[in-house]
Design a protein around this ligand. Structure first.
Ligand code: ADP
Ligand code: MG
Length: 696
């Protein structure tokens, strides 16, 4: 009957459509297809893998391996869904350690591309060639049969994927550019090449003589990182190995190569393999980032390679194997343990730039009644702290001498000053101009102010109130030394400053002093400068002019509010006349003005009152935060104290940190505990140091 036939046709269509959609879930782009193919080749025991791509893998993606090959008898069902040589019963799922294990990859690819294979096992006398579409064998050309044909070929498998997404135009359109896709391909190959250093990898574009990625095989992970990510990085790597195989509940082991603080890059490079599969774990990423926030300056990121081996039964099998984000049993505890090991290894490294041994000050309150008399016995609540001064003697032993005045020598005073410009700067400013709290009836501002007070940490506040500034230890890393009684602290002054500027912005909300810009620069041009310099933006594919216009318009539309609340004056010609002055005599780095204005567009939550206030003030604070990382390329002299090549701008920046910023913080900063945990490290206690020297 004709109706029956129609029904059948419709059903077939639906099925192929569904398959196509399902395939799209697994194969998002050329690099995700490549990841599956690489895993198959590795599963097949290949020792050499060669990849060729055309148009970013969209036109052609070819992968040749010298692995086991596929038996001819298996070819007809190779691309059917759920055909896999790796899984026969459901129970096997938990025992499986190979890469993919659901037999879906090749099937999926055959639904969205033209797929062909030439393969030869060691025992076959010749190779076999087969073509696939929608999961089944198809003839290579109309008129021929679909059966596999004998042909010449090497041991192993050559898989060719052509015209990826030819039948799903929307997906094709969603991909950006072939150069971007090729970059992703190289990225996947590079990461697998690091993880499989004994195997030789090559990847290149069609028709190109030289490979873009090439590894010899037969090396170690460390060597592979050096080869693929640069030899300077490989010098800065710390090896971390963790063996928790004896653990009862979830036995596991991990091996990592992580960069020490001498390595600082713009982006966090994180290679994570779980049971040899390249995966993502946001939780792990966050935990590792947290380890480094205390070690690297703001804006700098580490390199981390981590390979984690778990009992496969502990890895969540319900998570789709091709979804990159994984979950496993005891994830939180294991993640924390790994982060702790990394922290410890970095500390042990003990380079001149690592200071992260953290002695928490929580609870350690100091007797404030006689702040300037060091020989007096101090009471310490913290039971771990010993009594640090004898009861009676009037004589002050050297180890109890503390800095008591701003006139004491600082580190800078040991560095000969030659320029005359600094002579006027040399007199310390001893009084801080008053920062009045503005009256404000907005509940949002009231709430934000209350939150600041709620988060105050007493012990930390005391350190800041009583501290004596010793010096800037490292201007690039934003580290300063503060002394409080007999203790020496290393603080990240940029992190402190950022929170401090937020607080004084909030304090002066609606009543800030102003810095007049002369001549007033055009808002749109400033934003355009920042947009053009932003790599994220150029990746987004939006035109620079368009992006800058959008952001400028957001600000122009709100000009009245910006002026009333935040002292930013944009006139009707679009010129920036005034910007807020948060702290008298403190000049923000105006080079950062374009970035500041640009960030206001996307970063400020314009649609909620409280969100807007706090995010705006955070951005303003970020603009004000000193960052003296002028030269992103580090000098490799390894001498962190060598500031001999300091330029005038850096001198001025250092001067205002010492003479304006810290004195103001002493008076107005309400430091929260979160900062104490992350950004302050007690590096010495004078009596302990003396104990060390006595032994010498
Ligand atoms: P899975 O890898 O999950 O088993 P795939 O669809 O990726 O599913 O592959 C299906 C099967 O094809 C594999 O189980 C394997 O037997 C075979 N196969 C795929 N690629 C190769 C290869 N490069 N060498 C040998 N066998 C392969
Ligand atoms: Mg597979």
């Amino acid at each position: 009957m004709s109706t029956d036939i129609q029904t059948a046709v419709i059903k077939r269509l639906e099925e192929s459509l569904i398959n196509r959609i399902a395939a799209g879930e697994i194969i998002h782009r050329p690099s995700s297809a490549l990841k599956e193919l690489l895993e198959n080749a590795l599963d097949a025991g290949a020792t050499s893998i060669k990849i060729t791509a055309k148009d970013g893998g969209l036109k052609l993606l070819q992968i040749q391996d010298n692995g086991s090959g596929i038996r001819k008898a298996d070819l007809p069902i190779l691309c059917e869904r759920f055909t896999t040589s790796k899984l026969t019963a459901f129970e096997d799922l938990s025992a499986l350690t190979t890469y993919g294990f659901r037999g879906e990859a090749l099937a999926s690819i055959s639904h969205v591309a033209h797929l062909s294979v030439v393969t030869k096992t060691r025992t076959d006398s010749c190779a076999w060639r087969a073509c696939y579409a929608d999961g089944v064998l198809v003839p290579p050309k109309p008129g021929l049969t679909a059966d596999p044909k004998p042909c010449a070929g090497n041991d192993g498998t050559l898989l060719t994927v052509e015209d990826l997404f030819y039948n799903t135009p929307t997906r094709l359109a969603a991909l950006r550019s072939s150069s971007d896709e090729y970059k992703r391909i190289l990225d996947v190959v590079t990461q697998y090449a690091v993880h499989n250093p004994t195997i030789s990898f090559q990847c290149k574009k069609v028709g190109q003589a030289q490979s873009d990625v090439s590894t010899p095989g037969g090396s170690t992970v460390h060597q592979a990182i050096g080869l693929l990510y640069g030899s300077s990085l490989s010098k800065d790597l710390v090896h971390v190995a963790i063996d928790k195989q004896k653990e009862k509940e979830t036995p596991w082991t991990a091996e990592a190569y992580i960069s020490n603080p001498n390595h600082q890059s713009k982006r966090f490079t994180f290679l994570l393999f779980i049971n040899h599969r390249l995966v993502d774990s946001l939780r792990m990423k966050r935990a590792i980032e947290a380890v480094y926030t205390g070690i690297l300056p703001k804006g700098a990121s580490p390199f981390v390679y981590l390979s984690l081996l778990l009992d496969p039964k502990d890895v969540d099998p319900n998570v789709h194997p091709t979804k990159r984000e994984v979950h496993f049993l005891n994830e939180e505890a294991i993640t924390q343990t790994i982060a702790d090991y990394m922290q410890t290894s970095l500390t042990k490294e003990g380079t001149s730039r690592t200071f992260q041994t953290q002695t928490l000050l929580t609870g350690g309150t100091l007797d404030t009644s006689t702040p300037q008399r060091p020989s007096k016995r101090r009471k310490l609540d913290d039971e771990n702290e010993e009594e640090i001064a004898p009861e009676a003697p009037r004589k002050v032993y050297s180890q109890y001498k503390v800095r008591t005045s701003l006139q004491d020598r600082t580190l800078d005073s040991w560095i000969p000053v030659t320029q005359n410009e600094s002579s006027e700067n040399a007199q310390p400013v001893t009084h801080v101009k008053e920062i009045k709290e503005s009256e404000c009836s907005l509940t949002s501002v009231g709430e934000l102010r209350a939150e600041v007070l709620d988060n105050r940490h007493r012990g930390f506040a005391e350190i800041l109130e009583k501290h004596i500034f010793v010096g800037i230890a490292d201007c690039k890393l934003c580290l300063s030394l503060l002394q409080c009684d007999t203790k020496l602290y290393l603080v990240n002054h940029a992190a402190l400053a950022e929170e401090f500027f937020y607080q004084i912005g909030l304090r002066q909300f609606g009543n800030m002093h102003k810095i007049k810009l002369e001549p007033a620069p055009p808002l749109r041009e400033l934003i355009k400068l920042a947009v053009a310099a932003d790599p994220e933006f150029s990746e987004s594919g939006m035109a620079i002019d368009e992006g800058a216009d959008t952001i400028a318009q957001i600000l122009v539309d709100r000009a009245e509010m910006l002026e009333e609340y935040f002292a930013i004056k944009i006139d009707d010609k679009g010129l920036v006349q005034e910007i807020p002055m948060l702290l008298r005599d403190y000049k923000p780095n105006l080079d950062k003005l374009p970035l500041f204005l640009m960030r206001l567009g996307p970063q400020v939550q314009w649609d909620s009152e409280k969100g807007c206030m706090s995010s705006f003030l955070r951005e303003l604070a970020y603009f004000y935060t000193p960052d003296t990382q002028r030269s992103p390329s580090r000098d490799d002299s390894g001498d962190s104290g060598g500031d001999s090549g300091m330029d005038g701008a850096e001198k001025a920046a250092r001067w205002q940190i010492q003479h304006i910023l810290f004195p103001a913080m002493r008076k107005y900063f309400v430091p929260p505990k979160s900062l104490l945990d992350r950004e302050v490290v007690q590096i010495a206690n004078l009596p302990d140091l003396y104990r060390v020297f006595e032994r010498c």
